[in-house]
Write a protein of this length. Structure first.
Length: 161
C-alpha cells in the first residue's frame, strides 16, 4: 500500500506534465493567428488545435473554422467552430464576419447580412465586413443599398489616409 502511495505524486506529475502553462499557452494562440493570416492552413490546423486545447479562446476556434473552410470545404464544421468562438466572446468581430460568409455560401443572405450588420454596429470601421456586405447586396441585386455602403467604405478609406 505504501509503495502505491509513493507512486501517486509521480503519476499525478506525469498526468499534468503535458499541459503548458504561462506564456507557452499564449504562443499557441499567436502561432494559430499567424499561420492563418499568412494562409498556412496546414500548420494553422496544428497550432489552432493546440491553441483550442489549452487556451479555449475565440481566436483559436475562429482559426479552426477558417481551416475547415479552406482545407476541407466543410461549412457545417466551420460554423460549429465560429459558434464556439462566439461562445467565448460574443462580440468577436472576425468570427461574426466569418459566420456571415458561411451563411452567404449557403445562399442564406438575410442571416448573413444580419451578422455583418452586427459587426458594423460594433465597429463601423471594420472594412472587411463592409466590403462583404457590399458584395452580398450586389449579389442580391440591391444596388442602391450597395452603393450607400460603398460610399461609407470610401469615407472610411479617406479617413485612414
Amino acid at each position: 500500500m505504501t509503495r502505491y502511495l509513493l507512486l501517486l505524486p509521480l503519476l499525478i506529475g506525469l498526468a499534468c506534465a503535458h499541459v503548458p502553462s504561462g506564456p507557452v499557452k499564449y504562443e499557441y494562440e499567436d502561432a494559430c493567428q499567424e499561420d492563418i493570416m499568412v494562409g498556412d492552413y496546414l500548420n494553422g490546423k496544428i497550432s489552432c488545435d493546440l491553441c483550442a486545447q489549452y487556451r479555449f479562446s475565440a481566436p483559436c476556434y475562429n482559426g479552426l473554422g477558417l481551416v475547415e473552410i479552406e482545407i476541407y470545404k466543410n461549412l457545417d464544421k466551420a460554423e460549429e467552430y465560429f459558434n464556439k468562438a462566439l461562445k467565448r466572446d460574443s462580440d468577436f468581430l472576425q468570427a461574426l464576419n466569418n459566420i456571415a460568409f458561411v451563411y452567404f455560401a449557403r445562399q442564406d443572405y438575410e442571416i448573413s447580412i444580419q451578422y455583418l450588420e452586427k459587426v458594423l454596429k460594433l465597429d463601423p470601421s471594420y472594412e472587411d465586413a463592409r466590403a462583404n456586405l457590399i458584395y452580398m447586396l450586389i449579389s442580391m441585386g440591391e444596388m442602391d443599398r450597395a452603393e450607400q455602403e460603398a460610399k461609407k467604405l470610401k469615407v472610411l478609406d479617406n479617413e485612414v489616409r
